[in-house]
Design a protein around this ligand. Structure first.
Ligand code: A2H
Length: 262
């Protein structure tokens, strides 16, 4: 972090059903048969089996950008601009000269997208997962969209527990956040639910416990990568460190992801 560009995997979560607000905003602007994707950036593609929801910053502005014919993405303008430079977006004839030339179709704060149902690739929740709010999302990093894996990410787990506890305050339906958390990776020190175990051990009570969360994040990351074993999927039983890149490549080859640098 901080040294050179971060090499992320950008995952494509296809919209199945818009929140009421977005349904209104996209009407007449996006073809009925077009595909729209939320595009979170992740450093842990091997954990995608455990996706239970996807986070946006409620106060961050997002754009719905036309990627190609009948295909749109939801990311920050900053990320769309980066993607344009990385050739994911436009044919070179139409390359935008400024951010204002990006093919922006709809712009709205994250809070308007909350409650949208999306399809998360590899997730056990094949019925779909919901877009939920997370105050800790940074607009200045990645795509501004964060897919949530509470089994292996302490930030995601702490945020999700807070959303469930205070669903009314956050203006969400509790059941949007109450998806079952399945084990994805076995570790010698923290068992098969690394993030919940660490959150409990370090007595993290809310997403505001940033110091302990930073520590938990570091411990979870090191343990998962160097000592973790896959419990699910094609590479079940194999070491995370040796299959991470293979899972990433499979997601890219199937069209469910693309490389993204920031
Ligand atoms: B990771 P780095 Cl299972 N704001 O993906 C806040 N967090 C963001 C973000 C943003 N704009 N963009 C990406 N992220 C998160 C999975 C995961 C992640 C697991 C465990 C740890 C973990 C599922 N969430 O990250 O600061 C994304 O969450 C801990 C390092 O750019 C992304 O990977 O190094 C990670 O932070 C990128 O963090």
């Amino acid at each position: 972090e901080g040294v050179g560009p971060q090499e992320y995997t950008a995952i494509k979560l296809q919209v199945k059903e818009w929140s009421p607000k977005l349904a209104e905003l996209v009407k007449g602007k996006v073809e009925e048969d077009a595909k729209v994707y939320f595009v979170p950036a992740t450093l842990r593609p091997e954990t995608m089996y455990g996706q239970t929801n996807c986070f946006v910053g409620p106060k961050i502005n997002y754009g719905l950008f036309k990627l190609k014919e009948k295909e749109y993405i939801v990311v920050t303008k900053r990320a769309a601009w980066n993607m344009a430079f990385q050739g994911h977006f436009f044919d070179n004839d139409n390359f935008p000269k400024t951010q204002d030339q990006l093919p922006l179709v709809v712009e709205a704060p994250g809070s308007d997208f909350v409650g949208t149902l999306v399809n998360a690739p590899l997730s056990f929740h094949s019925e779909g997962v919901y877009i939920l709010p997370m105050d800790g999302v940074s607009a200045a990093k990645g795509t501004g969209v964060v897919t949530s894996v509470p089994s292996d990410s302490p930030d995601d787990y702490a945020t999700l527990m807070d959303l469930i506890k205070k669903a009314e305050f956050y203006g969400i339906k509790k059941e949007w956040a109450e998806k079952e958390i399945y084990p994805v990776i076995e570790t010698p020190t923290y068992g098969n639910l690394t993030a919940p175990t660490l959150v409990k051990q370090l007595k993290i009570n809310s997403p505001k416990d940033v110091t302990q969360l930073a520590q938990a994040k570091e411990l979870a990351y090191m343990e998962g990568f160097y000592k973790g074993t896959m419990l699910v999927g094609e590479y079940k039983g194999e070491a995370v460190s040796s299959v991470k890149d293979k899972i990433r490549k499979a997601l890219i080859d199937s069209g469910d992801a693309f490389p993204f640098a920031d």
